[in-house]
Design a protein around this ligand. Sequence first.
Ligand code: MSP
Length: 549
Amino acid sequence: MPAQPYYVTTPIYYVNDRPHIGHCYTTVVADVAARFARLLGRDVFFLTGTDEHAEKVVSTARERGLTPRQWADANAEQFRRAFRLMGVAESDFMRTSEDRHKTRASAYIRRLMDSGDVYLGDYVGWFDASQEEYLTETVAKEHGFKSPVTGKPLEKRTEKNYFFRLSRYEDRLRAHFDAHPEFVLPEARRNEVLGRLRQGLNDVPVSRAVKEGDADWGILMPGDPGHRVYVWIEALCNYLTAVDEPERRRYWPPAVHVMAKDILWFHAVIWPAMLMALGEALPGTVYAHAYFVAEGRKMSKSLGNFIEIDLLEAYGRRYSIDAVRWYLATQGPLGATDADFAHARFVEVYNADLANGIGNCASRVGNMIEKYFGGSVPAPASRDDFQAADGMGGLQEFDWEHSAVAAVEAARSFETSFAFDVALRGAIGLIGRVDSFINVTRPFALAKSMATDAGAARDLGTILYQCAEAIRIASLLLYPAMPAKMASLWRAWSCSPLKDPDDPDSGFGAPLAELAAWGGAWSLRPGRRIAKGEPLFMRADAAEPAPTA
Ligand code: MSP
């Protein structure tokens, strides 16, 4: 059976911005999802990219004496570089200024015009130039006719405009929400969208007039060079333009569109209605996480407290990029509430989960195998022999096979709930159990009588085998958040499930259910070498000042 496709997307980011923790967070979340899906044996396509046709790109380029193309090229490169630094392995990076996007997006708009879903009308409204969006009268008034985001005055604009007949899809959208409770997640966000949907839908403008002296930047309305397609509308199309070719068509529809709550309406209502009008299948889930704040304060241009890529890079240099990914993936605002990027918390989580968690546990077990078995994986005794052994009080509590199955189940549940943080924490929980298993079974005590007592040697081997195998299974589940570190552990332990052990992005030799089978074909083989190696994570000193960019 061919692997089931799994398509995951991030928003395409405004190319005018500098990459910061918000962009990195969403992209890392999508990357973790893509890696989980690959691990589960799915055929994955992961898209990110940049949204380039905003008016601001033209004006900033002009200020800098560049063409919009030069400015966009330089900045798109910054985003690519930022994501590379974060260990993200996207399948494709879409730039909306690329021809493939422009041609296809324009064809979709043409289809919508032909079907009467897009029509020419009059528009009077309040335009927030800093955000490239129109606000309704109510919202504009609420904010004193200033941008709710930047505080800059709104402009009243009357224009001939093309409109998308959103109102036509109100009933079908509601029915879709009813039939698919997982369509918008988390649930709190779903309820907000539903509430707004119940107030009814107005048609939305999808173009703006081309003015004299405008740069040739953006997509013209098909058949009307006097209007340009509104950036938001063509930007949404990127999800489809990226896969609208024969060898990629199988990826449609997306399993999940990931973004923050700020742009949920576009993704949960306008985009699905456009897809309905185009006769395309709808995405499985539109997932809107909350925001990262910095040291307890909302990030803003005026406070100048954006955590930019340079600072994340500095954290990566000191603690490793995988540690940064771990913090983002497990402490981030995946649910409905905002989360804090705080240095003290970072160090605490780093030490607890990584240095004293997986890192220490793996080196502890590796060292014992080295010391007592010359570095080769000991053979486990049969279960009955082992459980009959003396002095093993409490051992029966550790049903490793069952724990392993439960951990894999947790990983699988991410496909429906997107709660991969549960699987990641479950894996760290498994590591915690290995530590308490060692404390209960006291392998170092057994080692003392090993020379004279064959039973002790057998029990010791069995204990260490079990520890190592449990760590191996936990490491599979930790991989999506920490691909480079887990790949290096697998190399040291001669148990890499990767197609190319030196390349964390090379894919897996089998799906997780097989890889994680206790004692199965991919398990640790008695006799194989386990190299002690460097500890995966050095302990962090909480007193050391935070890294600086
Ligand atoms: N270009 C549009 C999206 C078009 S998608 C068809 C856009 N771009 S953006 O650069 O402003 O990116 C917004 C997204 O960046 C958010 O939805 C979220 O994914 C991410 N984040 C920006 N700031 C964030 C935080 N403070 N915290 C978490 N993520 C945030 O909107």
